[in-house]
Design a protein. Structure first.
Length: 433
């Protein structure tokens, strides 16, 4: 009898817990690591910043591209949120069919997007912290290469003609040299269409055939009609008490959830409460498909046009290079993803389609293209030859063709792997309409 009562008690507790979980919603961890390109870098940062040492090798050069940190949304999203999302909020709060908890309803009722459209895309405090802390960790790993005293003959910093990359560069420099020294730093003129930092802005063919081509998003549109999306919308409608929600509505809620959660280390956006584990992952995949076909492996042209950045990298990390020892470029999501694709990293052995939601895949935007995402090539003098360490998100990655069981790959081997990138980088010809 005692065992029976104990078992019954356990089952009732589990049932209550399950109901409570459904009411409360997914945890911060469930949400925060599935926010696509709006994932805050703190979720994926490598906190192990021990000095990197290899016997007989000394780090002598570094070339790195770094995405700007956490920012405000675009003007378009801000204006839409201040109208459409406010209307949805009012409907949810007034719904008698909502499955939100009282606490979640109150939070949503208080919600308003107070930022002005004129503040679009500016770097926020969280973004400054991301870059500053990244610099500190990189310096701890390579203290003899990333010295604490700024010297324009040793360091080169460059950003695009945007506030968010300028402030990211300054925050990174603060992490290296301290706030009192950042005014000493010199920067080359910032360009909106930089041939290295934002090469795709100069490629008219890519703009026409990929970026502005509705056919690029065919798989995204198919996913909107998929059973997974319908299941996600059904869950969101049940949670909010609304009917007739569209993928566009869900996307607006997802973006509000993503941006506002990225902004704060301590607080999730009230909009995250409308999702469960499945629906948040559905919206994540929705964005993954978009990036795959605009910035990744979905079009061969996209993977080719990053060659100017690769040529620049090989030139800077050469052991005989005449360039500065430490080169840091502050740029954008589009640059990071196209460069990863050009390097054949995170490439699945299948083409991503609307049917691949449940497949294990390497193309995970939340992991590979969060705010402050970074790629670095570090050259080591190993006596008889120069070797290169390749890092992405502060972790070792192996270029296809490099030894998969070793961290370092010879510089000559990397030049051989990327031979076509150098010899066939006819950018103007590739991009001609």
């Amino acid at each position: 009898m005692h065992i029976y009562l104990l078992l019954l008690s356990t089952l009732l507790t589990a049932a209550a817990s399950s109901g409570s979980t459904e009411k409360i919603g997914p945890s911060r961890e469930d949400i925060e690591s599935h926010l696509s390109s709006k994932t805050p870098y703190r979720v994926i940062a490598n906190r192990n910043d021990k000095e990197v040492k290899y016997p007989g090798c000394t780090p002598i050069r570094i070339w790195s591209v770094i995405r700007h940190g956490t920012r405000n949304p675009s003007r378009k999203f801000i204006e839409c949120a201040q109208t459409h999302l406010h209307r949805l909020r009012d409907k949810i709060v007034n719904s008698t069919k909502s499955h939100l908890s009282e606490q979640q309803k109150v939070a949503l009722q208080k919600w308003t997007l107070t930022i002005s459209p004129d503040e679009e895309k500016i770097l926020l405090v969280e973004g400054e912290d991301e870059l500053l802390e990244l610099a500190e960790r990189m310096q701890n790993r390579f203290p003899d290469l990333l010295v604490e005293n700024y010297d324009p003959l040793h360091y080169k910093f460059k950003y695009t003609a945007t506030q968010r990359t300028l402030k990211s560069a300054e925050s990174f420099a603060t992490g290296l040299f301290g706030r009192q020294h950042i005014r000493q730093i010199t920067y080359p003129p910032a360009l909106h269409k930089d041939p290295i930092l934002r090469f795709y802005k100069l490629c008219n063919r890519w703009k026409s055939e990929v970026d502005k081509n509705p056919d690029s998003l065919v798989e995204v549109k198919k996913f909107e009609q998929s059973s997974e999306m319908k299941k996600a919308l059904k869950q969101i409608m049940k949670k909010t008490g609304l009917s007739g929600l569209t993928p566009t509505d869900a996307h607006q809620m997802y973006m509000a959830c993503a941006f506002e959660t990225a902004w704060s280390k301590n607080q999730m956006s009230p909009w995250c409460a409308v999702f469960d584990k499945h629906s948040i992952r559905t919206m994540e995949y929705y964005k993954e498909l978009e990036h795959y076909y605009i910035d990744g492996y979905g079009h061969e042209l996209t993977t080719k046009i990053a060659c100017p950045a690769v040529v620049d990298m090989l030139d800077h990390i050469s052991p005989t290079s005449v360039h500065t020892n430490a080169t840091f470029y502050f740029t954008h999501s589009g640059t990071i993803l196209k460069l990863l694709a050009h390097l054949q990293l995170y490439k699945d052995d299948f083409v991503l389609t609307h049917n691949d939601f449940n497949r294990n895949r390497k193309w995970r935007i939340s992991k590979i293209d969060a705010f402050a995402s970074n790629i670095a090539f570090v050259t080591f003098d190993c006596g008889s030859e120069a070797k290169v360490l390749v890092l992405h998100q502060e972790r070792v990655v192996h270029l296809p063709g490099c030894p998969p069981d070793q961290h370092l790959c010879s510089y000559e081997q990397i030049r051989h792997i990327l031979k076509d990138s150098v010899e066939r980088c006819e950018f103007n010809e590739i991009c001609k309409l």
